[in-house]
Design a protein around this ligand. Structure first.
Ligand code: ADP
Length: 255
């Protein structure tokens, strides 16, 4: 499970990198192609074969890059009402395997917690990312607590507009973060972990996901005491669709 989680993180990272690099690479290839065409009238007959081979190579490269761009296209979010209790249960199961013995996993879920309007797969991935960070912050062991509660904002706060939310949180009793780390954690590729251990993309991806979902991410951290990362997700108006009938997404009557 640990390897699978790392792979999921790395795959995401590679996807983002590929999309960025492929785009730049495509521009470079187009520049090379234009250059070769401009040169072609001046190329002596004896060198024509070399030029043609070069143009063909450029075309092959362009085709490859197109395939890469298709492959790395990020899937669009598909928000729907999600039972956060079930979501946390699923995450917890995966975590038991990924988190070592010295870390205890606890849940603190309010009895009346509402469904969230969110892409369930991405939400699960986000929670796993946070939990892996929490685990990594407690090499000596500690307690990882997954929480869920309702909250409302009377006024906009950060990226979150006023409204009703479901707050999912991951708390640890780990090393915490000094201010100079805390202020950089959302930067892509910022990591304090050893090479090969961290990509520095976890929190930036989670942040992107929650803001795209109409919510926000909050981090509270105290060096030596621990960290709580909260995902503020919009509350769903409709009830979550039953697991067995995934297509029965009920439409909100008004609002
Ligand atoms: P990565 O986990 O690959 O380093 P992230 O974007 O998830 O990338 O995290 C960036 C950095 O934020 C981490 O390297 C670490 O320094 C810090 N961090 C994140 N979560 C925690 C946490 N729960 N406790 C302490 N530090 C954390």
């Amino acid at each position: 499970a640990e390897a699978a989680l790392r792979r999921a993180q790395t795959l995401e990272a590679v996807g983002q990198l590929t999309a960025g690099v492929a785009h730049d690479f495509n521009n470079l290839l187009q520049a090379i192609r234009s250059g070769l065409y401009l040169l072609s009238p001046r190329v002596p007959e004896s060198s024509r074969k070399v030029l043609d081979a070069s143009l063909q190579a450029v075309d092959r490269g362009a085709k490859l890059v197109r395939q890469l761009m298709v492959f790395s296209r990020r899937e669009a979010l598909e928000p729907r009402p999600v039972d956060v209790r079930a979501l946390i249960a699923g995450v917890g199961e995966l975590l038991q395997k990924a988190v070592g013995a010295p870390v205890a996993i606890e849940t603190a879920i309010d009895a009346d917690v509402a469904p969230a309007l969110v892409d369930p797969t991405q939400a699960e991935l986000a929670m796993l990312n946070l939990a892996i960070n929490a685990r990594d912050a407690m090499p000596q062991g500690g307690t990882l607590t997954i929480g869920a509660r309702n909250a409302s904002l009377a006024e906009p706060q950060g990226a979150a507009p006023a409204g009703d939310y479901v707050v999912l949180s991951v708390s640890d009793t780990g090393m915490g973060m000094p201010p100079e780390v805390l202020e950089r954690v959302l930067e892509p590729f910022f990591t304090t972990k050893a090479v090969g251990k961290g990509t520095g993309l976890g929190l930036s991806m989670v942040h992107g996901f929650v803001t795209q979902s109409g919510g926000d991410l909050r981090i509270e951290s105290r060096p030596g005491l621990g960290t709580t990362v909260s995902l503020w997700l919009p509350r769903a108006v409709a009830a979550p669709a039953p697991e067995a009938e995934p297509s029965a997404a009920p439409a909100a009557p008004d609002a």
